[in-house]
Write a protein that binds this ligand. Structure first.
Ligand SMILES: NC(=O)c1ccc[n+]([C@@H]2O[C@H](COP(=O)([O-])OP(=O)(O)OC[C@H]3O[C@@H](n4cnc5c(N)ncnc54)[C@H](OP(=O)(O)O)[C@@H]3O)[C@@H](O)[C@H]2O)c1
Length: 249
């Protein structure tokens, strides 16, 4: 028997990269998984097909996490299909790197809209309907917070904000039995990292050199950690940040 049988999960950004790895791992433990994505219908369809091909249950919902109406639809459609949501994984994010002096207002709002406002809206919608037992939130941040790397001020600060919200939400929601934790990956080979040109670059080589386990992460390194945090094995863990980064922080 899987550890998440009879539970429903929403994984934002579950169609690609780390989110897809998490969706697959939750489904492998028996959870029914709704995958939220913003643009790429085919990738979402493929992720659902992959889960169903392994005997799991999944649903793709196009929902921009920075839009309250679309977040409302996401939870309504998921509940209609699978019942109330026990597990929320806030994984969807957008990122780019630039010097502080080069940050435009447009890019600021794009990243803070998806990476910070998005989790606020999803956590609100989740809390409104959370079952009395086994409800949990996992916020995907980054182990890069520890490094203060030049060029990463905008993106990393969105994840610092999410880390702080995780710790405070853990206290605010504890009385309702909702656990809230952060999962901080290190540099991971994903569609997003590839489209930014990170994979194979000097930056990637430097990241590998500073990672004790000596390689980039893979989505399948991260998924099982999320499954653990979502499960009863982590019932006594809340307000925590778990790094899954090969020792890189
Ligand atoms: N990759 C890394 O090295 C790394 C390291 C540390 C932390 N992280 C964190 O891990 C998470 C996943 O990163 P990744 O590299 O796997 O990303 P990715 O490959 O770029 O995938 C991003 C996913 O998020 C979805 N998405 C983007 N904007 C959205 C929005 N507004 N609403 C709903 N869904 C949206 C995308 O769907 P569409 O394609 O349909 O838009 C896609 O499914 C992020 O939180 C990231 O900050 C990544």
């Amino acid at each position: 028997m899987g550890k998440l049988v009879s539970r429903t999960a929403v994984v934002t950004g579950g169609s690609k990269g780390i989110g897809r790895g998490i969706a697959l791992a939750l489904a492998a433990e028996g959870a029914s998984v709704a995958i939220a994505y913003s643009r790429d219908d085919q990738a979402a369809k493929d992720a659902v097909a992959e889960i169903e091909g392994r005997g799991g249950r999944a649903l793709a919902v196009r929902a921009d996490v920075s839009r309250a109406d679309q977040v409302g639809d996401l939870f309504a459609r998921t509940a209609q299909e699978f019942g109330p949501v026990h597990i929320l994984v806030n994984n969807a994010a957008v990122f780019s790197f630039q010097q502080l002096t080069e940050i435009t207002q447009e890019e600021f709002h794009r990243q803070y809209g998806t990476n910070v406002l998005g989790p606020v809206l999803t956590m609100q919608a989740f809390a409104e309907q959370a079952p009395a037992e086994k409800a949990t939130i996992i916020n995907v941040t980054t182990s890069g917070i520890a490094h203060n790397n030049p060029g990463a001020a905008l993106y990393t600060s969105t994840k610092s904000a999410l880390t702080t919200m995780t710790r405070i939400a853990a206290k605010e929601l504890a009385g309702r039995g909702i656990r809230v934790n952060a999962l901080a990956p290190g540099a991971t080979d994903t569609e997003g990292a590839r489209s930014l040109g990170v994979i194979g670059s000097d930056m990637a080589n430097e990241l590998i050199a500073s990672t004790p386990l000596g390689r980039l992460g893979r989505p399948e390194d991260i998924g099982p950690v999320a499954a653990f945090l979502a499960s009863d094995d982590a019932a006594w863990i809340t307000g925590e940040v778990i790094h899954a980064d090969g020792g890189g922080h």
